[in-house]
Design a protein around this ligand. Structure first.
Ligand SMILES: Nc1ncnc2c1ncn2[C@@H]1O[C@H](COP(=O)(O)OP(=O)(O)O)[C@@H](O)[C@H]1O
Ligand SMILES: [Mg+2]
Length: 391
């Protein structure tokens, strides 16, 4: 754990302004800390705060809600503006250089993203500046949902640690779209098909290699974390499925499958079919583990990604944890919080009562507490935390 003097170096998001996100009309947060807790009754606006932070880092809702449901009922647009520290911390200033981020989304669907005051070219730029991880009720989908969510999870990590990945991923998307368009056409030009197949094979093999290399590193972090979080779950394992027969190269798999691809009008095999299987004692975690155990596994998966990113010198990601105490007993709540605290990542946590988090978070930490009520926030400084809060 860093000494109190180091704290500013650990912050990612320093200031946040929110306008017209759900029930938050105007909210300004200027005293963000490494650990930020938002507590209050149901419907107060806690999850909406996390939605605002997520909009700032990803340009969209974390619950997959439409932009219409994110914008306050009586408004035409919503805006978030924040300052994040990036790069190495200098001793002179005690923090890294600051970059301003701004995202505005309109009912009409228009999106405006500004980074350091200049329009951004893509959301990828935003994601790179302010990496986020979410743990919420929807995160169970990582175990119980469709493979797409697990690919997204994996690709988030590869994107942040392997800078060549995104270009190949874009190339792969372009090639598969073109190849499928061609396959859907009645009369197929063999030469055109072989050109797209060749390019697809190259891009597909490249992204698959990046994913595999990342997955190996991730698995070892995940297992170490799970030994701490849930030692009773002994035989936890992750398996990667690349999306085609593993005895073949991707080019060979495409060649073998070309007739069925033509017959059915789309590309059957490839990284677009990849998946991760999370196993407990050889059985799918989704089928055998209790809800609480599943939450621990989800936390383990997300913490492993943050840890790996930091280890690889790619900075720290900020964690948004909606309703942290739900499904976790006190002992496991303490273990999750202890790991988050030791990672020194910035966290935004929601819960109903302030005690829900105070009782499980390591006591030496600096925590900013915000009471949320009807879309308004008030910062609170409990007595025992005063020595740890910013003066
Ligand atoms: N588009 C919207 N405009 C205004 N209020 C909204 C909108 N969507 C949801 N709300 C309201 O925002 C409130 C806060 O929701 P939420 O942040 O999910 O609460 P909680 O504190 O329980 O996490 C709810 O009372 C909800 O009815
Ligand atoms: Mg909520």
């Amino acid at each position: 754990m860093g000494a109190p003097g180091d704290i500013s170096s650990l912050l990612a998001l320093k200031h946040l302004q929110i306008q017209n996100i759900r029930n938050l009309q105007h909210v300004r947060l200027v005293e963000l800390q490494r650990v930020n807790v938002f507590f209050g009754r149901n419907g107060a606006g806690k999850t909406s705060i996390l939605e605002a932070v997520h909009l700032l880092g990803m340009g969209r809702s974390f619950r997959g809600s439409s932009i219409r449901s994110l914008i306050s009922h009586d408004a035409q647009s919503c805006t978030v503006y924040g300052e994040v520290s990036v790069g190495e911390t200098t001793h002179e200033t005690g923090s890294g250089p600051l970059v301003t981020l701004g995202v505005q989304r309109e009912l009409s669907g228009e999106v405006q993203i500004k980074i350091a005051g200049k329009p951004a070219r893509s959301i990828a730029q935003l994601v790179e500046q302010f990496p986020l991880q979410v743990i919420s009720a929807d995160s169970f989908d990582l175990l119980t949902g469709a493979p797409g969510g697990r690919r997204q999870y994996l690709d988030w990590g590869v994107f942040h640690v392997e800078h060549r990945f995104f270009g190949e991923w874009q190339r792969f998307q372009r090639c598969i779209k073109q190849r499928n368009n061609l396959l859907r056409r009645g009369k197929i030009d063999d030469q055109e098909l072989s050109v797209w197949t060749r390019d697809l094979a190259a891009a597909g093999a490249a992204i698959s290699e990046y994913r595999k290399a990342y997955f190996q590193l991730l698995t070892s972090r995940f297992k170490t974390i799970m030994r701490q979080l849930a030692p009773s779950l002994e035989d936890l394992d992750l398996r990667y499925r690349q999306g085609w027969d593993k005895s073949l190269t991707y080019a060979e798999a495409l060649e073998h499958g070309v007739h069925s691809d033509i017959e059915q009008g789309y590309t059957h095999s490839g990284p677009q079919r990849a998946d991760i299987r999370v196993l407990s004692d050889g059985h799918l975690a989704a089928d055998t583990l209790s809800r609480g155990q599943q939450k621990l596994v989800v936390c383990g998966l997300k913490l492993a990604q943050g840890q790996l990113m930091a280890e690889m010198g790619r900075g720290k990601c900020t964690y948004l944890i909606d309703d942290l105490p739900s499904e976790l007993d006190k002992q496991h709540g303490e273990l999750v919080c202890g790991l988050l605290a030791s990672m020194e990542a910035q966290v935004f946590i929601t819960c109903v009562h302030r005690q829900d988090i105070i009782s499980v978070w390591p006591s030496s930490s600096q925590i900013a507490m915000f009471h949320v009520e009807q879309g308004e926030l008030e910062q609170e400084y409990p007595d025992f935390l005063k020595s740890g809060t910013k003066n």
